[in-house]
Write a protein that binds this ligand. Sequence first.
Ligand SMILES: Nc1ncnc2c1ncn2[C@@H]1O[C@H](COP(=O)(O)OP(=O)(O)OP(=O)(O)O)[C@@H](O)[C@H]1O
Ligand SMILES: [Mg+2]
Length: 169
Amino acid sequence: MQEKFYQTNSVEETYLFGEALGRCLAAGDVLALDGELGAGKTTISHGIAKGLGITSPISSPTFTLLFEHPAGTGNLPLFHFDAYRLTDEMEWYDAGFMDYFDNQGVVIIEWASKIKNVLPPTAKWLYITTDLVKPNQRIFRLNIECDSSFNLEHLTAWEITQELKLDLY
Ligand SMILES: Nc1ncnc2c1ncn2[C@@H]1O[C@H](COP(=O)(O)OP(=O)(O)OP(=O)(O)O)[C@@H](O)[C@H]1O
Ligand SMILES: [Mg+2]
């Protein structure tokens, strides 16, 4: 398991960070997003969609469980879930959503901790934390499997050192 920390200081930077992240993703990848209300899960998802070359309109899935976006220039469709309204994994399972883990697109799940017990072990986790004293700052903790083909170098511009990550967890 690799763990890296990143920081952004504005909505725009989070979008750009997402765009770079989107360029790192490959067919079958599942990105689990975790973070409180307003942490930036939807913002980064929109950036990721841009990075995947998605051209269809992206809207917030706040009142919808799933937004499907046909493949754009990156040739990967995006399945953007928001699990906020799910009570537990059983609802995910009953809705037939397990099938999405076995496809040739990219899956992003906001509030992924709600369904953590059914996520594939290869899921990449991105934990977002906010700081009340710095309202425009976001710290991102990315956990990915060591054997992943994921190229972290694309994200170097936002990386922060161990010393800077404060006492986050
Ligand atoms: N660095 C930053 N990155 C992202 N968003 C930021 C940043 N600084 C401030 N914000 C604000 O935080 C909010 C992020 O909203 P967003 O919808 O992306 O969060 P979310 O995690 O998806 O929330 P929800 O849990 O309601 O789905 C926006 O209001 C945005 O303006
Ligand atoms: Mg959201």
